[in-house]
Design a protein around this ligand. Structure first.
Ligand SMILES: [Zn+2]
Ligand SMILES: [Zn+2]
Length: 148
C-alpha cells in the first residue's frame, strides 16, 4: 500500500534513519513511523527498556490526517518537550516533521543520562536494604536446595 504525506500529499518512500525503517516524504522530508519503528527510533538512543512507552500525551487537534486510515491525527508534545508529534489514535503510527526524529533521539539520550544519575543516587540510598534482600534470597535458595 502506498502512503501519502499528511502535509503535502506526496507519495511516501521507504527510507531508513540510523537503520530504522520508515516512510519518508521526498518533498517536506517528514517521516511516518509505525509503532514498532518509533520504538526502534527511540531505542537507537536509549539502552534501557524501562523508558520505552512513557510518552506524555497532552493532546490537541492536529490538522493532519493518518496516512493509513485517513482519520485526523492527534498532536502532542513529545515527552513534555516543545516538540510536536502527530499520532493516530488507532495506533497506526507517528508523523515526525523534518528534523523531529533527530530531536527525539537527542531527547532520549538526555533522558537516559537523567535516569542513570537517578539510578546512581537510588543505588547508594538503598544499598543496605539491597544487601539485606540479597542475603534473604540466598538463604531462601539454600532452604530450597536443602529441602527445608
Ligand atoms: Zn511531505
Ligand atoms: Zn490511522
Amino acid at each position: 500500500m502506498t502512503l501519502t504525506c499528511p502535509r503535502d500529499g506526496a507519495q511516501l518512500q521507504a527510507a531508513t534513519d540510523h537503520a530504522v525503517p520508515y516512510q519518508r516524504c521526498p518533498t517536506c522530508k517528514g517521516g511516518w513511523f509505525d509503532l514498532h519503528e518509533f520504538e526502534e527510533l527511540e531505542a537507537t538512543a536509549a539502552d534501557s527498556d524501562a523508558i520505552a512507552g512513557t510518552i506524555e500525551y497532552a493532546e490537541r487537534e492536529s490538522t493532519l490526517k493518518c496516512p493509513s486510515c485517513g482519520k485526523p491525527l492527534a498532536a502532542f508534545d513529545y515527552r513534555g518537550e516543545n516538540l510536536e508529534l502527530d499520532a493516530c489514535d488507532a495506533e497506526h503510527g507517528f508523523w515526525l516533521d523534518a528534523g523531529a526524529a533527530e530531536r527525539v533521539r537527542v531527547r532520549m539520550r538526555e533522558r537516559v543520562q537523567d535516569l542513570k544519575r537517578a539510578a546512581t543516587a537510588e543505588r547508594s540510598w538503598n544499598a543496605e536494604r539491597a544487601r539485606g534482600f540479597q542475603r534473604t534470597l540466598i538463604e531462601r535458595l539454600r532452604n530450597i536446595f536443602s529441602g527445608k
